[in-house]
Design a protein around this ligand. Structure first.
Ligand SMILES: Nc1ncnc2c1ncn2[C@@H]1O[C@H](COP(=O)(O)OP(=O)(O)O)[C@@H](O)[C@H]1O
Ligand SMILES: [Mg+2]
Length: 482
């Protein structure tokens, strides 16, 4: 189901989880790092302070003018005894020990190890970790594996009765701090790992939860089958990000439903349309046969039947025409011709009928050269004019006008008469659609005329629309000039 096919982008849940987790974990690592370093810095600062204070205190004792030397040594020993982690070594310029605390002699090595510092200044502080094998003599485990922060200081004081320059080296074992830092580091890493896992889990859960509406919508869509095309999704009940998608989907489904319904109705319509004339024929024939008829009566029946046959023939050929138009089999050669000439020909054809009904035909426009199939245009005009003539009251005028624009032209057929109720307008071009279905029985066409007009207009890449109000009914065709 969720396999990553080549070329398919990673799942949204995976991406979101990955990026949010990554940033959270990076944030967490940074926080841990900053925290460890600030604790480390704090300890270092504290150590340096302690060393400086201690060194000042020792210098003070060494320089106390009143005290005798044994007294000063005693004072030093007392001072050092109070600090378990501190070792002290005082040497003269020849490297001879002037004073040493119990562990102090090792600090001689510290000075040597620090010789990488080209030049040791008074007050310098450095880190010293004695190499086990560099320690000669006393290999006390106390010194092994210890790390010291060391301060050096120099000065002059009286030792052994004479004034000597000395170097003071103080080492502060920082193992306690290091252990603490080490433990803290381990603890933080462990916490970081656990929290990161929890975060990833929560994010993944949240993302999946966030996609819930998407799955819901998709499930609903999955359940819409051809017999449930009237179902719609409620766009007010999905998150705002999905609203547009749902609206578009509803729109698409509505269009599909419309087409589907028309297709479904089409066969029923055909059957219905053909059944009526056949029923008429059967009834007529049965009545004619029910008793003996004169020659004249039989002829009348045959004429009436002929009319019905003709209507059926026309309807069938219209339907055939429509089917061909829909399959784009009708586009014969396109030629350049004058539309006004074609209008004139159709007017000639309808002249007698118009006169009969006392209706005038008016052409409003100039000669207009267009590209297309003239026979098709004649058929369009035929259908529109025959409708118009049928619905125009006596003594009124039907106007056909042609309006040229830069890229297209408008062909309008306008007739006065009772307006078509608005709810019928969108369906007028459907096959078999009539505003008043009872009219067919009066032999007024089968409702295919406008469908044919629309197909022909579509073949010429144009559009047709209808407007109807108290003044007139207008069919407006707009076609690109090509
Ligand atoms: N000029 C018009 N004025 C009023 N109604 C019209 C006009 N033209 C078409 N109609 C309506 O549109 C319907 C469909 O027209 P059409 O497809 O030509 O079918 P038909 O002419 O066979 O009835 C007609 O039945 C009629 O109700
Ligand atoms: Mg018609």
């Amino acid at each position: 189901m969720n396999i990553n096919l080549p070329g398919r982008p990673f799942s949204l849940a995976l991406r979101l989880t990955f990026f949010i987790s990554l940033s959270t974990i990076l944030g967490f690592i940074t926080f841990t790092w900053i925290m460890l370093h600030s604790v480390e810095d704090h300890f270092a600062q504290q150590d340096v302070n302690d060393l400086q204070q201690f060194s000042a205190r020792i210098n003070e004792i060494l320089h106390s003018p009143a005290a005798q030397e044994p007294q000063r040594v005693k004072q030093l020993q007392d001072l050092i005894a109070g600090y378990r982690d501190i070792s002290v070594l005082i040497e003269n310029s020849h490297g001879e020990t002037l004073f040493s605390s119990p562990q102090g002699s090792k600090l001689h090595l510290a000075k040597e190890d620090a010789s990488f510092l080209s030049h040791l200044n008074s007050g310098d502080v450095f880190l010293w970790k004695p190499e086990v094998n560099s320690i000669t003599g006393n290999q006390s485990p106390l010194i092994n594996n210890q790390t010291y922060r060391v301060i050096v200081a120099s000065g002059q004081a009286s030792f052994g009765g004479k004034q000597q320059s000395y170097q003071l080296i103080i080492g502060l074992s920082i193992n306690f701090h290091l252990h603490y830092l080490d433990a803290l580091k381990k603890k933080l890493v462990a916490i970081a790992i656990v929290i990161s896992l929890v975060i990833i889990f929560i994010i993944h859960f949240a993302v999946r939860q966030g996609h819930q509406p998407l799955r819901k919508v998709s499930n609903t869509i999955k359940n819409i089958t051809s017999d449930k095309l009237d179902e719609r999704l409620d766009s007010s009940r999905v998150p705002i990000e999905l609203e547009q998608l749902v609206i578009s989907f509803n729109y698409m489904i509505a269009k599909i439903e419309d087409v589907f319904n028309r297709q479904a109705n089409f066969s029923a319509d055909i059957a219905h349309e053909i059944r009526t004339p056949i029923t008429n024929l059967v009834t007529q024939t049965e009545i004619a046969l029910s008793q003996s008829r004169t020659q004249k009566e039989l002829e009348d029946v045959l004429y009436s039947s002929l009319e019905e046959y003709n209507r059926m023939t026309k309807m069938v050929s219209d339907m055939l025409f429509l089917a061909q138009a829909d399959n784009h089999q009708l586009l014969s050669e396109m030629v350049i011709f004058d539309l006004s000439v074609e209008v004139g020909k159709v007017f000639d054809f309808f002249e007698a009928w118009a006169e009969d009904r006392n209706v005038a035909l008016l052409f409003n426009g100039r000669s207009c050269l267009i590209t297309g199939d003239p026979l098709m245009y004649r058929r369009v005009l035929n259908n529109l004019l025959s409708n118009a003539l049928r619905y125009t009251p006596e003594g009124r005028v039907i106007t056909v006008s042609v309006l040229e624009h830069e890229h297209n032209f408008d062909l309008t057929v306008e007739n006065p008469g009772a307006p078509i109720p608005e709810e019928h307008l969108p369906r007028l071009f459907d096959r078999f659609y009539r505003v008043d279905p009872s009219r067919q029985r009066k032999g007024e066409g089968s409702g295919i005329g406008l469908a044919i007009v629309k197909s022909i207009v579509a073949l010429h890449h144009g559009k047709i629309r209808v407007e109807s109000d108290a003044v007139s009914t207008r069919f407006i065709i707009s076609i690109p000039r090509m």
